[in-house]
Write a protein that binds this ligand. Sequence first.
Ligand code: NOJ
Length: 447
Amino acid sequence: MPEPFAKSDFGPHFVWGISTASFQTEGAHDKDGKGHSIWDVFSTQKGAIANNHTAKIACDFYHKYQEDIRLLKAMNIPHFRFSLSWSRILPQGTGKINKRGVSFYNKVIDCCLQHGITPWVTLYHWDLPHTLQLKGGWTNREILEWFGQYAEVCATLFGDRVKHWMVMNEPMVFTGAGYFLGVHAPGKKGMRHFLPAVHHAQLCQAIGGRILRNSVAGASIGTTYSCSFIEPKNTSKRHKKAALRVDALLNRMFLEPVLGLGYPIEDLPVLNRLQPYIQPTDMRDSCFDFDFIGIQNYTREIVRHSCLVPYVGARLIPAPQRGVATTLMDWEVFPPSIYEMIKKYNGYKNIPRILITENGSAFPDKVQQGRVEDAARTAYLQDHLAQVLRAKQEGLSVHGYFVWTFTDNFEWAEGYHPRFGLVHVDFDTQKRIIKRSGQWYASFLGQ
Ligand code: NOJ
């Protein structure tokens, strides 16, 4: 079935790209002077990752970057979002720069530029240097200093060629999963870890933004947020209030302080507990006028009131229990969610530009006669793009779309089982096969 829209419907300046992250793709975990990150340590602990997978090799992007960037070119993808590994550049987190790590990113950036591909760089996509975690990681206020140094080093080293920057990737996820639930690195649990981690990550968004603005001439600076359309189980008052609390937690907690609105304490009173960590000028210092905000959307959530869940008094009703279509992650396939999130974030006065910096899906792919016929992924992408276009046609700010992700990669606690790529990877041989969805995206972009 032909898709109901053309690339030109999005206008000539719409940014089309694809997103990846250092830890999920690079491998070469101890190569050329790289220090360990919290994910190197966490993912080698028995039982931490499904099937005890590790990312020691991952997609071996460290060695295959030239081939992969050529593949991006062949797929007509003009913008490539990737992240820098802090511990490859500063093995101890601060102090001495690892020249060989820097040289790797110089080669990646130069290779993109040689192929006419624009690099979009995320400073922090969850792989904190392990040495910093030994000092408390995100719970230690000294991270303001450490992160500032790291941002400065990256801006100085790469800012001559990289003009599109994102400070952070999904701070709600790395603080929630890593410092509250303990299911992501560094595996910490409870409010005493979560609250300081949240506040320090909050401040670092703005610190990173200011450093990039001062050090990189002509930079466009953003940061990215995970977000899902939240709906109550039904219209009863308690479910609606529960949905409001979850929305404040998942969709607003990191964004609103940046915009000068403070933490959404009124709707989520437990955030009052952040007070002990907030110093007098912190809320002012949390503000930064980003050039763009990246929305990362995959699904929607249905919420019900629950006295059994501490702090939020709410729980998410898992999609499989609701009998709806899901991806391999058990996330509901609900394309209007992306439209609703674009609309919601457009409701804030001072967000100048919104881009979709991630959207994609994992489905059970099969290689058959050298091909991957992943019709469900193509449909997912087309249906979400139709909703992005709907937002755009209503005059909402949305200026770009990046698919998650390029090659199948290490999906954090789920290991290699969920495949999100437009390109299939055989992790034994590192052979790449462009899936049918990748062929579709390539021909769509080639229009
Ligand atoms: C968001 C994260 O940024 C990315 O690292 C992850 O793989 C995708 N979501 C899919 O879960």
